[in-house]
Design a protein around this ligand. Structure first.
Ligand SMILES: Nc1nc2c(ncn2[C@@H]2O[C@H](COP(=O)(O)OP(=O)(O)O)[C@@H](O)[C@H]2O)c(=O)[nH]1
Ligand SMILES: [Mg+2]
Ligand SMILES: [Zn+2]
Length: 307
């Protein structure tokens, strides 16, 4: 019976794992395991549980992957589309946006929500920097997601407001933080978990130069808790992948689907008798959500098209 280790970090050349006893060390991928996993860029991801061997003292080799309970995927284009597992085995996603600086983009909120739905990772939306004044559009955006039934937390990493709710969400869970760069993911994690000191966007006090920010997903074990937190680098663009375009609608819980439209295979574009476009006309489905659906649908159709 090989031991099972937890993947904390995946760099270009190495994988950092936590061994069953808690020791943290570098591991390499066994050649046979490395090849032949088709569309995946790296066969292992942060949050994975991996079977390890120790062929020589201190030499840790990853020999296999335990089944995943969830995945957050993001695509990358290298000649052709292939998916990269951003995080494996998360059982909650905290999607961090800001009231301002940066202004939240509805398209990115919807992308991350769809990726969470498709990957079976329940999301919570955090709008951080509530000390900054939000414009009208941002206030309406926050209310839209509240009205849709998503849990919304308004926080301030500086004062600590709202952080108690985030702490409660972390308990005994494997939680991934995702969202645009600069929204305050690392700051919130630092605030929520005393003793953890992730790098944030502030100018380094030690060197006085350069911005120290998160460059790769990394897993942090919670002190005295069964769970762990995964900080991810800022996401500017987040494509969707491995969703059947015809099933995209199922990731928009407020859409009157399936089977409310006249045609079974309605794409909700300009078909007669479409319940979705009727709902948009009556404002029971918001226009920004519908526009996100149309954008993602085109992307997914293009990705699914034969080369
Ligand atoms: N005004 C204000 N600034 C914040 C807040 N939270 C974080 N920041 C600042 O925003 C910048 C980016 O924070 P960081 O945690 O690195 O964001 P990340 O890229 O999402 O990890 C830093 O300069 C933080 O000090 C907040 O609640 N209010
Ligand atoms: Mg960060
Ligand atoms: Zn329709």
């Amino acid at each position: 019976m090989p031991d099972v280790a937890l993947v904390l970090r995946v760099d270009r050349k190495r994988v950092v794992v936590e061994l069953p006893g808690g020791r943290i060390c570098d591991a390499s991928l066994r050649g046979r395991f490395h090849r032949g996993r088709g569309r995946q860029k790296s066969p292992v991801a942060v949050g994975d549980r991996v079977r390890i061997d120790e062929p020589a003292p201190g030499e840790i080799v990853i020999a296999g992957l335990e089944p995943r309970t969830s995945v957050l995927l993001r695509p990358e284009v290298v000649g052709r589309w292939r998916s990269q597992v951003l995080v494996a085995n998360a059982d909650r996603a905290v999607l961090v946006f800001a009231h301002a600086d940066p202004v939240p983009a509805a398209g990115l909120v919807d992308r991350l929500l769809v990726a969470c739905h498709a990957g079976h990772v329940p999301p919570v939306l955090v709008f951080n920097k509530r000390d900054l004044v939000a414009d009208d559009e941002t206030r309406a955006l926050i209310e839209l997601y509240e009205d849709l039934g998503y849990e919304v937390v308004r926080s301030c990493a500086e004062s600590g407001a709202g952080v108690d709710r985030i702490v409660a969400l972390l308990h005994d869970r494997n939680v991934v933080f995702a969202g645009p760069s600069g929204a305050g993911k690392s700051s919130l994690i630092n605030r929520a978990l005393p003793g953890v000191e992730l790098r944030t966007g502030e100018i380094s006090r030690h060197s006085g130069k350069g911005r120290h920010t998160t460059t790769a997903a990394q897993l942090v074990r919670m002190p005295g808790d069964a769970g762990h937190v995964i900080d991810t680098p800022g996401i500017k663009e987040f494509g969707l992948i491995e969703i059947d375009p015809r099933e995209l609608e199922l990731n928009f819980p407020e859409f009157p689907v399936p089977a409310k439209c006249r045609f079974m295979d309605c794409a909700h574009r300009d078909e007669p008798g479409c319940a979705v476009t009727a709902a948009v006309a009556q404002s029971t489905v918001s226009r920004s959500r519908y526009e996100s659906y149309l954008t993602f649908r085109v992307e997914l159709e293009a990705a699914a098209a034969p080369y």
